[in-house]
Design a protein around this ligand. Structure first.
Ligand code: ATP
Length: 413
């Protein structure tokens, strides 16, 4: 049985250009001749099997959000049938299910219940919801004092408090800062590994390709194609003529470890200045400040750079570099990793730092700091992929006669 089945679904919105006609319609007075019917979706059919992850791609106004709302049953279809066989965790447009006048904590209870959780279940998860959102100090103030990014943090934390069978995420993630986006993508990937299906609306090709194994292209309310993410993105690119750029930020991250050595600070520098953004190809330094709390036999310090959807881009450590960082008990130290040519593609990347023994943090992990820093790369060059390799065009020259005649004779055969 399919997890989600959408059969011949259409949605029409009745629009009354004048308020008085809308009021008349609400009061049951016939105002139909003043009404314009706007078909947001027309005859959409597809199904999603358990474990599949699907992106809905399309230009503004193509019907993506309407489709997600229909699947989440916050709207009902005008025609057709939608069947859902599983628990949904949904992050739709910001504001849906939230009340401005109530506190963050009260909103956790209300939106949690809207997602099908009981009060008792929310009681059990409230600490981890607040913990994941990192909004503990704001949780008892009114939601209207939250920024849109803070609202998104809260909404995502509630929607993912319990692993759903289907996670539905509308564009909302793009509202959050880069640091929190990284955290969200990590959580989505962890859920997927445990079998959660994802239904995802995004204009971000990297996120679509990384998180989804299928994509659906909508345009003007119609389904144009259902294919691999790469094929759909090619199709989508052909539909749009203009492209857009991305934005960025920095913040604190998630920790784990046994604590014999502790990270105190992680900062990225360029030319002796602390930075959050850098031009691709620059020389940068990662400054790692740590304290050795207890006697330890050995110490390895490692770093890992990941892109915003969690792909590992590059990592190394002092063990691999055959260096021995200082480990005198009770002392604080700073070491520096230098990346001489930071040639990553434009976008946001996060940095994880670990203090551990031996060559790998799985053996003895003293302190692991995920998302210790976020860095934005700006690039003035256009290229495909995640890293700019040295590529040059070397002038053409005539091929040797003997080789040329060989090719010609082969072609003539
Ligand atoms: N409540 C509504 N009343 C009237 N028209 C609506 C309503 N909701 C959506 N529409 C219309 O339906 C169409 C599809 O809207 P929808 O928000 O689903 O598109 P979208 O693909 O999600 O767009 P975007 O990428 O801009 O978020 C649009 O023309 C929109 O104006």
């Amino acid at each position: 049985m399919a997890l989600i089945s959408v059969e011949n679904v259409s949605k029409v919105f009745s629009i009354y250009p004048l308020r008085r006609h809308k009021l008349q319609a609400l009061l049951g007075i016939d105002a139909s001749r003043h009404c314009i019917n706007k078909w947001a979706l027309k005859e959409i059919s597809f199904s999603i099997e358990a474990g599949e992850s699907i992106a809905i791609v399309g230009r503004n106004g193509s019907g993506k959000s309407t489709l997600l709302k229909l699947i989440c049953q916050t709207l009902s279809p005008s025609e057709g049938l939608i069947t859902v066989n599983g628990r949904i965790g949904a992050l739709l447009e910001l504001g849906i299910g939230f009340h401005e006048e109530l506190s963050g904590r009260e909103n956790v209870y209300i939106s949690g219940q809207l997602l099908g959780m009981s009060r008792h279940e929310i009681d059990q998860h409230i600490d981890s919801i607040i913990g994941f959102s990192e909004l503990a100090e704001y949780i008892d103030i009114q939601l209207k004092k939250y920024s849109s990014g803070m609202q998104m943090r809260l909404a995502f934390s509630v929607a993912t408090a319990v692993r759903p069978e289907i996670l539905i995420v509308d564009e909302a993630l793009s509202v959050g800062d880069a640091y929190f986006q990284h955290k969200c993508f990590d959580k989505i990937k962890a859920f997927q590994a445990l079998g959660t299906s994802l239904l995802f609306v995004s204009h971000d090709p990297l996120a679509v390709k990384t998180l989804c194994d299928r994509a659906i292209l909508l345009d003007k309310g119609k389904m144009l194609a259902d294919d691999s993410p790469a094929a759909i993105l090619d199709y989508y690119n052909a539909l749009i003529s203009n492209s857009e750029n991305n934005k960025i930020c920095i913040d604190e991250g998630v920790r784990s470890g046994t604590g014999e050595a502790k990270l105190l600070a992680v900062d990225v520098y360029k030319d002796n200045e602390k930075i959050q953004a850098v031009l691709s190809g620059s020389k940068i330094q990662i400054h790692v400040t740590y304290q050795v709390v207890q006697k330890i036999p050995d110490l390895t310090i490692g770093f890992l750079i990941k892109d915003r959807v969690g792909n590992e881009v590059f990592g190394s450590n002092t063990f691999l570099m055959q260096k021995k960082p200082p480990l005198k008990q009770g002392e604080k130290f700073q070491i520096i990793f230098e990346l001489a040519d930071f040639r990553l593609a434009a976008g946001s990347y996060n940095l994880s730092i670990a203090l551990h023994s031996s060559y790998h943090h799985l053996i003895k992990n003293y302190d692991w700091w995920d998302h210790a820093a976020t860095i934005t790369v700006i690039s003035d060059e256009v290229f495909a992929g995640v890293v700019r390799l040295d590529a040059a065009y070397l002038d053409g020259s005539p091929i040797e006669l003997s080789l040329q005649s060989c090719i010609e004779s082969e072609n003539n055969e």
